[in-house]
Design a protein around this ligand. Sequence first.
Ligand code: SAH
Length: 219
Amino acid sequence: MTPDLPRHQGQRQQLVALLRSKGIDNERVLAAMARIPRHAFLESSFEEFAYQDVAFPIAAGQTISQPYTVAVQSSALGLPEGAKILEIGTGSGYQAAVLEELGYKVFTIERQKALFDFSKRLLSELGMRRITQKFGDGYKGLPAFAPFDGILITAAAPELPSELLEQLAPGGVLVVPVGDVESEQRMLRVRRGSDGTWDHEDLGSFRFVPMLKDVATAR
Ligand code: SAH
């Protein structure tokens, strides 16, 4: 693993300042992103660009989200430390690491074996012990560990995934980009009321790789 050097820490401070200038004001999220070494989650050829606010390709034709998007999704959860969170789409593992740094107990699912293996090794090397990783289809969630206080989907869903809504605790929050998976999606925050009501909020336009059914077949 590439060591975390003073140069990287300085670049992270600049990234945090940029995120602030783009409207991110959640101090807990900014502090967590100032600590997680994003360069460790990227292929070495991208290392020098790791703290720019851009998405990059990772294995299996997927992408690590733009830091701004990670900040928006993490802020949207807005849950207290110790909350139980399910992430769909582990990818590089970066978003899961930010969630752990926020003090959440994290469960995360990935359907691409190469990414599951990569992120499992990396998160364990980084000493992230409050993350439980599963290889499988995120559409099914993790009923054995439900209910969750928060569910964060980091892939584009064509519609709200009903099985995941059912795995939310009363008062729980689902953050998901929903819409045309080939172009743009709306970031929705759906809150399950303790009285059985549902509350929807639109947090803006984003672009994600599609959320696909079943595990990917090995190539
Ligand atoms: N959170 C990731 C972003 C990865 S991109 C990061 O921080 O790097 C989205 C990921 O969702 C991809 O790795 C893709 O394989 C995965 N994915 C898509 N559909 C899925 C599903 N049904 N279940 C689990 N993972 C899924």
